[in-house]
Design a protein around this ligand. Structure first.
Ligand code: FES
Length: 295
């Protein structure tokens, strides 16, 4: 059955791709002047995407609306519906921050997800307006219609949640790219991809290096060589193509996440995850070796 849903979602690319590109442009322009706000909404301070925390609230509350309607508790159901709409809005704001830094298939699926959620929100608002305007009796025809409208909205909400889940679990959006990486601390031979005229690692800019099966981004500062994993924790951007910022920080070329070279700690999103960092030392033979720093 999931293959049918996958094909159905993938089939929306014709409209989702241009709409996603359009949304990406205005969301990017919106968040660029207020990056600390985007960081807050991404959840960097929490070390976890904030959107996935908040989305549990509307789904639970809006399911409760159906239960309260079935039990004939109109006032409680209407209050729950109002609160559910507020939590949907809060979830939408955090989701927009994550959405502004998606690419390719993740952006397309996130567009389908957000479109379904906006439709669900509008249908819920319509139900709330009908409830406010209608009577309160269980048999009131206006209220019965409003209840059915909110049940339809819940169906759209669940469809949107399914697509949102696929964006995370199938495409790995906002998941740490290093989730399955081992944390062994054995010294391993390090091979820089390029050397300067003196046979040293070039200074003042990131250089790619090979460390066993891993690629690392190396930065030499005098005699000290700092290293973090080359693949950005956010979406895999190459940090060796990134930019050095002040205070020993490297910026990813794809969406601008910043990591401290000394320990890999994320200092600016959209990544909410730290980057594996490595100690580097000279070998007696004149080469280099490195090992993973403990987290
Ligand atoms: S890949 Fe997105 S910030 Fe690095």
């Amino acid at each position: 059955m999931h293959r049918f849903f996958d094909r159905l979602i993938a089939g929306q690319a014709r409209w989702a791709r241009p709409l996603g590109d359009f949304n990406h442009r205005w969301l990017h322009a919106l968040f660029r002047p207020m990056l600390p706000v985007r960081d807050l909404l991404n959840g960097r301070w929490l070390g976890h995407p904030l959107h996935s925390v908040l989305t549990d609230a509307p789904i639970g509350i809006l399911f409760l609306v159906i239960v309260l309607d079935v039990l004939g508790q109109p006032v409680a159901a209407d209050v729950a519906l109002f609160v559910g709409i507020l939590t949907m809005l809060a979830s939408a704001v955090t989701g927009a921050a994550d959405y502004s830094d998606t690419d390719g298939a993740a952006r397309e699926r996130a567009t389908v997800h957000s479109t379904l959620m906006v439709i669900a929100l509008l249908v819920y608002i319509a139900s709330l307006v009908m409830r406010i305007g209608g009577g309160e009796g269980a048999g009131d025809p206006d209220r019965t219609a409003a209840i059915w409208v909110s049940i339809i909205a819940f169906g759209i909400l669940i469809a949107g949640a399914y697509v949102g889940g696929a964006v995370v679990y199938s495409l790995g959006n906002m998941v740490s790219r290093h989730a399955f990486r081992g944390s062994g601390t054995k010294w391993i031979a390090l091979e820089p991809a390029e050397l300067d005229g003196a046979g040293d690692i070039p200074e003042g800019r990131p250089v790619k290096g090979k460390l066993g099966i891993n690629a690392v981004a190396l930065v030499r500062q005098g005699d000290v060589v700092l290293a973090v994993h080359d693949q950005c924790a956010h979406a895999g951007g190459p940090l060796s193509d990134g930019t050095l910022r002040g205070d020993g920080v490297i910026e990813c070329p794809w969406h601008g996440s910043r990591f401290r070279l000394a320990d890999g700690h994320v200092v600016r999103g959209p990544s909410v995850h730290d980057q594996p960092a490595y100690e580097v030392r000279r070998t007696e033979a004149g080469g280099w070796e490195a090992r993973r720093r403990p987290a």
